[in-house]
Design a binder for this molecule. Structure first.
Ligand code: A5P
Length: 239
């Protein structure tokens, strides 16, 4: 799940995670994101839990679940706790309207469901994640294996109607096998380049039957904590 992305700086990721932990209050039901930055948050949260903080976490991936269990963070499923107070997650790109590209680690489906079930979502990143226009990071699109080529062609056509084009590559795991998500699906990484109208693309992709979900997160993040050299920048609001 990690190491897939821009290099960034791990100390920045840690700083952003520490600022997010400061937003956690006793009794909160928390969405636990996936990826390197979110894992810092989970580790810091684990320290607080060991010091007596009572929270419940709903993990967005099997990997995050495993880490949280090791750290002793009490976990629940989203069925057991369907309404969350706060979701903390990383992102692959963040635009000025707090629209995101996520899914570089392959957890976009659960991440989006958890974000949508949360009163507020805070996104963590470093300056390398902030962009004027989404799309330099290839857009992850989670698809069902059945009818894969038909779905790829449908994605291509939907993109063309919006003036977008680029390679749509089936994601491979490090082993060389096709990458399989926690939900048992595949991922296409669509290198469309700049996406001037993410809302329109989101709608078009959502209309394609074989598409389970895509990595455009629109209207979900309330705030972003961007940690850079010596400073924290807050986009949107934390509260
Ligand atoms: C996981 O599927 C992703 O959405 C991650 O949240 C995103 O890729 C950011 O990951 P890093 O914090 O590892 O850059």
């Amino acid at each position: 799940m990690s190491g897939h992305n821009v290099p960034g700086d791990d100390s920045f990721r840690l700083k952003a995670a520490a600022a997010a932990v400061a937003e956690v209050r006793p009794g909160m039901k928390l969405g636990l994101g996936s990826g390197r930055t979110a894992e810092h948050f989970v580790r810091l949260l684990g320290e607080k839990v060991r010091a007596g903080l009572e929270v419940i976490g709903v993990p967005t991936s099997e990997r995050t679940a495993e880490l949280a269990r090791e750290l002793g963070i009490p976990l629940a499923t989203l069925d057991e706790v369907p309404a969350l107070d706060l979701d903390v997650d990383g992102a692959d790109e963040i635009d000025p309207e707090l629209r995101l590209i996520k899914g570089g680690g392959g957890a976009l489906l659960r991440e989006k469901i958890v974000a949508a079930a949360s009163k507020r979502m805070l996104v963590l990143g470093d300056p390398s994640k902030t962009v004027k226009t989404l799309g330099a990071f290839p857009l992850p699109i989670e698809v069902v294996p059945f009818g894969l080529q038909a779905t790829r062609i449908a994605i291509e056509k939907a993109a063309t109607r919006l003036g977008l084009s680029g390679s749509i590559a089936l994601r491979k795991a490090k082993s060389g096998e096709t990458f399989i998500t926690d939900g048992g699906h595949f991922i296409f990484d669509a290198a469309f380049g700049a996406i001037p109208d993410p809302v329109a693309l989101s709608g078009r992709l959502g209309d394609i039957p074989g598409v389970v979900e895509h990595g455009l997160f629109i209207g979900l993040a309330r705030g972003a904590i961007i940690a850079g050299g010596g400073e924290l920048t807050i986009l949107g609001s934390l509260g």
